[in-house]
Write a protein that binds this ligand. Structure first.
Ligand code: AHR
Length: 840
């Protein structure tokens, strides 16, 4: 679902973090006064779950295809259409182009006759060699290029047949995009009249790393002839040399997090937009020739090269346990299966899936796994039923669907722990999956969410199911988080660690993003890459520091720090705009008035020239602004960032697509704006969303207003000071105040003890602009060694890592020599610090 949508109630409770009352008032202390951190070393608290940190994954942002999955050919089966879900255009297979050399004459076209098979490989590319002298070939541009690395061997495979006796072999090559430099080439003989799979190795010698390259498969001219190609594949070396494997640099980066588990296959990717488009696991196993691929809800096709078995071997390679999410009969476009006999086949599918993962060779699906190349069953502890079923508008639907899955799974696999995606009453799930996408301030303020007590009162009850924080992230920074986001994450992790008796497992989301223009659908993602290289974000390093230094027992801490003075937030103001999300809509008669004065009207001459389109295909036609693409997060804005106290009116009409209208106001820049989201969340909800530093929250309550296609709506937004009123067809639907976010605490801390080493581990997050001296008191032990290992992540709030500067913000390790049972350490401005104190 879109990244703006998550908003959960927050509450400020000071439990283990005690602030002197006098210091709570805003503006008491400017700068950073010395603070105190008391740690009760001899009173160990709850046990920290050894599986607290894992990975969440799904096909989003080209996470697999064009990411972790090492396949380099995009549209290898020639089945992609001009738009997702559309049939291929025979004359324009995406990512393929015709190349000719010399005087060669030829053509290429998709051909559905006589395919390799009629299910997964139902079409092929026909290369017609008509004459001349040279070669006719088909070039593939990969996923934003084909990476060339020095001294690297690439494995090529493809199906081919020909209707003539080719006098010379086919040539396969990796070459620069302009064809001028050939990095590696090989020949393939034996192309006959029947389909046959061919293989070749392309050895790149000494070469500079680059991505602006293509893969070409070409045939010589000579006799008039046609050659058909199917399932054209190119693999670089893979992690653990697995065939159909994963990218080594990304796997190493993931291994660095020491994840305890992998949650797969989603996420929305599990559900699909429609039931038909769900992750249908049985279609993702076996030879690639038999995997049809499917439409992914994130707006591009999935090859399903990463199928169920690849998820499992990925777990095996990184020593993670699988957290298997099974499709639960609900898909994103409000499609659901009725509980009872209609749902039964889906329940059976889930049982089969568990059998595929865990069953012995004597079982039907265990035998299938053996046939697919993995004799050993996998150990499975957790099964999640569905994903985010709180978005199912039929409120009782999940309750009943969950019960049916729960009963069937527990009956056959009583030891499996079953995760519900929202609270349910009729059955007691073992865990409930909570999701949080928020600003840094919200993460910090709510880091005590799961505390058992606040101010001496019960807070988060321990009597219910355990918690799986199955998606969480501070959503500041695009396409990867800023240091400020990492601080929010770290503050949040102090809360998860402290409450690890309730939270057994947790994982950040999304995990992966291809940073090329147009490759991503989600704002903030943990690890970025292109075809060649990858980098971890500051949040990646914060997680690594926390997980590597988790400890086994929580130690109670008392933190006493004075908050600095937060800046006075200005009154809301900004430009206006319109937007769409996987939808084609048009807008006209945009008018902005301030008092009696009309400051903008799209109906005045030349007024349409000033609009500044972002993503999407925006065009004007006789005073109507139209967005045609199916991209998400399309925006077009106009006006003055100083506009305030405005009345903004316009007409809007939906042409096609999943959602409705996004009406923007108070737009400051790409990362700071408001929109009224009418018919959002697959046309199920309408609410105002405010985005600050790229992180969104909702203002006021959402309504179940949906948008009809092909109907003009009248929209009006009035703003006065912080007050906002939104009208649809003259009806007031939202009447809210845009109140500034309350400040968060300046410092967050947690402490733990590691059983094996006896080390006391402190984790301190300083979210403020000033260095903070803190006196650390370790109560209950006689002494610690003066030398202590300190890991530090620090910088400026907006700092990010990029492909060009991958470790701009990264963990620095140092040793201090003044550690004692009472000593002072200065925690740098905007920093995460982990300190290991050794008992003497
Ligand atoms: O993590 C991205 C998406 O956020 C997931 O697919 C979905 O579960 C949530 O809405």
């Amino acid at each position: 679902m879109k990244y703006e949508k998550k908003l959960f109630a927050f509450a400020i409770h000071f439990t283990r973090i005690l602030l002197p009352l006098g210091l709570l008032a805003i503006g008491v202390a400017e700068g950073a006064e010395p603070g105190k951190l008391n740690v009760q070393v001899t009173e160990p608290g709850v046990r920290i779950s050894p599986t607290l940190y894992g990975l969440m994954t799904e096909e989003i942002n080209h996470a697999y295809d064009g990411g972790l999955y090492a396949e380099l050919i995009q549209n290898r089966a020639f089945k992609d259409g001009p738009k997702i879900g559309e049939a291929p255009d025979p004359n324009h297979p995406p990512h393929w182009s015709l190349v000719k050399s010399g005087t060669a004459d030829g053509a290429m076209k998709l051909d559905a006759t006589n395919p390799v098979n009629s299910t997964a490989l139902s079409t092929s590319l026909r290369l017609d060699i008509n004459g001349g002298d040279g070669c006719i070939g088909a070039a593939n541009d990969g996923y934003w290029g084909i990476p060339v690395k020095t001294h690297t061997a690439y494995q090529v495979s493809f199906y081919a047949r020909a209707n003539c006796d080719l006098k010379q072999p086919l040539t396969v090559a990796i070459e620069s995009a302009d064809g001028k430099t050939v990095y590696a080439s090989a020949t393939v003989e034996g192309i006959g009249p029947e389909w046959k799979k061919h293989h070749a190795t392309l050895n790149v010698g000494e070469a500079k790393s680059s991505t602006n390259n293509r893969f070409v498969i070409s045939a010589p001219t000579g006799s008039k002839c046609s050659v058909w190609l199917s399932l054209v594949s190119l693999f670089p070396p893979t992690f653990n040399n697995r065939s159909n494997g994963l990218r080594p640099d990304l796997m190493q980066m993931l291994a660095g997090l020491k994840p305890a588990f992998l949650r797969f296959p989603g996420g929305n990717y599990l559900e699909g937009n429609t039931i038909e488009e769900r992750f249908d696991w049985k279609k993702t196993i076996g030879p690639l020739e038999e995997r049809p691929g499917h439409v992914c809800p994130w707006g591009y096709p999935s090859s399903d090269g990463v199928g169920l078995l690849e998820f499992l071997t990925w777990c095996e390679d990184l020593k993670m346990q699988p957290v298997l999410a099974v499709y639960a009969g609900y898909s994103l476009q409000q499609q659901r299966v009725t509980p009872g006999s209609d749902l039964q086949p889906f329940v059976q599918d889930a049982l089969d899936e568990i059998e595929y993962v865990t069953g012995g060779p004597e079982t039907t699906w265990g035998a299938q796994r053996v046939k697919d190349g993995h004799p050993e069953p996998f150990k499975l502890n957790y099964v999640e039923v569905g994903n985010e079923d709180n978005f199912d508008n039929v409120k009782s639907s999940y309750e009943k669907r969950f019960a049916q899955f729960f009963d069937a799974i527990k009956a056959k696999y009583p030891n499996l722990k079953i995760i519900a995606t929202m609270p349910v009453r009729d059955r007691q799930p073992d865990l409930v999956d909570d999701h949080y996408y928020r600003s840094a301030r919200e993460m910090e303020r709510d880091s005590d969410h799961y505390d058992a007590q606040a101010g001496g009162r019960p807070k988060f009850s321990r009597s219910g199911p355990k918690i799986f924080v199955g998606e969480w992230a501070t959503t500041e920074g695009r396409p990867t988080p800023t240091l400020q986001a990492a601080l929010g994450d770290a503050a949040w992790m102090t809360g998860m660690e402290r409450n690890s008796d309730a939270i057994l497992i947790s994982c950040y989301a999304p995990l992966l993003v291809n940073v090329n223009q147009g490759a991503s659908q989600w704002g903030t993602n943990l690890i970025g890459y292109d075809a060649l290289a990858s980098f971890g974000s500051p949040s990646y390093y914060a997680q690594k520091m926390f997980n590597e230094n988790r400890g086994d027992r929580v130690l109670p801490v008392q933190l006493d720090v004075a908050p600095g003075k937060p800046p006075e937030p200005p009154m809301p103001h900004g430009k206006i705009g319109v937007g769409t999300w996987a939808t084609q809509s048009e807008y006209k008669n945009m008018k902005v008035s301030m008092g009696d004065k009309v400051v903008y009207s799209s109906d005045s001459a030349d007024s349409t020239d000033d609009w500044q389109p972002g993503a999407g295909e925006w065009s004007w036609d006789q005073g109507t602004l139209r967005q045609k693409s199916n991209d998400v997060n399309c925006r077009d804005t106009v006006g003055d960032t100083k506009w305030t106290d405005c009345v903004y009116t316009l007409k809007a009409r939906k042409i096609s697509g999943n959602e409705g209208f996004l009406i923007m106001f108070h737009v400051q820049d790409d990362d700071n704006w408001l929109w009224w989201n009418i018919g959002g969340w697959n046309n199920s909800r309408t609410v105002i969303q405010k985005t600050e530093h790229g992180a969104s929250r909702e203002l006021g309550r959402a309504q179940n207003i949906t948008v009809d296609t092909d109907r003009w709506y009248d929209i009006k937004i009035e703003t006065k000071g912080r007050h906002i009123r939104c009208y649809l067809d003259g009806k007031l639907l939202s009447d809210v105040d845009d109140t500034p976010e309350p400040p968060a605490l300046p410092v967050y801390a947690t402490a733990s003890r590691e059983d094996a080493s006896g080390d006391v581990i402190l984790k301190v997050v300083n979210t403020e602009a000033a260095d903070r001296p803190i006196e650390i008191n370790l109560a209950g032990i006689d002494g610690v060694k003066p030398q202590a290992l300190v890991e530090e992540l620090a910088g400026q709030p907006d700092d990010v890592n990029t492909l060009a500067d991958p470790t701009h913000v990264a963990t620095k390790t140092m040793t201090i020599d003044n550690a004692a049972t009472r000593f002072t350490h200065v925690f740098p401005a905007y920093s995460v610090t982990v300190m290991r104190l050794k008992r003497s």
